[in-house]
Design a protein around this ligand. Structure first.
Ligand code: E4P
Length: 214
């Protein structure tokens, strides 16, 4: 299973990399704003830190605009994937990018129909958003299970399902149980995954006992 870092903060990516958890990086305009960095500088630096895909998102909503911005983004580093919201224009752009050898990811995916269109268009990656679905009382992980099942009917589909909008450790475990290709995780969720109170109390107990025999 692939672990992407859901952040545009270089320190987050370095820390995840040290743990072997930086198979790729996802960004979006909100994450770029939060990083406080210039878009190009941030993406270029991040692309040099990881070998896998670094997803960067254009903000244009027309085919021509997405193509223009996306070609520029793809020129920043060989591992930049153009991350495009699933719209009519996005689907058209993905197909043109594919012919040009530019890899793309379709994002803001909230139902299985969108996932099918994304695969048919030839997106390298889809990012279905589980947390935002959970927020509106629609089970996000049910969507992941449905997409993974549908894609498995067609072995020629190469589109990878990278679960996004991950809010807690359980989302990661459930994504793995569904057989998703990967997850993209904010650093606070990586912290959560490492923590267990019995691990902490166990260490304290071992140390206390060890000190008694010194
Ligand atoms: C990554 O591809 C997504 O943009 C990100 O996971 C969205 O997360 P959010 O719903 O917590 O903003």
């Amino acid at each position: 299973m692939k672990f992407f870092v859901d952040s545009a903060v270089v320190d987050d990516i370095k820390q995840a990399k040290a743990l072997g958890l930086a198979d790729g990086v996802t960004t979006n305009p909100t994450l770029i704003r939060k990083s406080g960095r210039d878009f190009r500088e941030a993406i270029t630096e991040i692309s040099g830190l990881v070998q896998g895909p670094v997803l960067a998102e254009p903000v244009s909503e027309t085919v021509e605009g997405i193509l223009k911005e996306g070609r520029e983004l793809a020129g920043w580093a060989p591992n930049v994937y153009v991350k495009i919201p699933l719209t009519r224009a996005g689907l058209e752009a993905v197909q043109i990018f594919r012919k040009e050898g530019i890899r793309s990811a379709l994002t803001l995916i909230f139902n299985a129909a969108q996932a099918l269109l994304a695969a048919k268009a030839g997106a390298s990656i889809i990012c279905p958003f589980v947390g935002r679905l959970d927020d509106i009382a629609s089970p996000g992980m049910a969507l992941i299970r449905e997409i993974v099942d549908l894609y498995s009917n067609y072995p020629d589909i190469e589109t990878e399902v990278i679960v996004a909008s991950v809010r807690n450790a359980n989302h990661v475990v459930e994504a793995a149980a569904c057989g998703a290709d990967g997850v993209t995780i904010p650093s606070k969720v990586i912290e959560q995954m490492m923590k267990h109170p019995l691990t902490d109390s166990g260490i304290r107990q071992f140390l206390a006992d060890w000190n008694k025999v010194q």
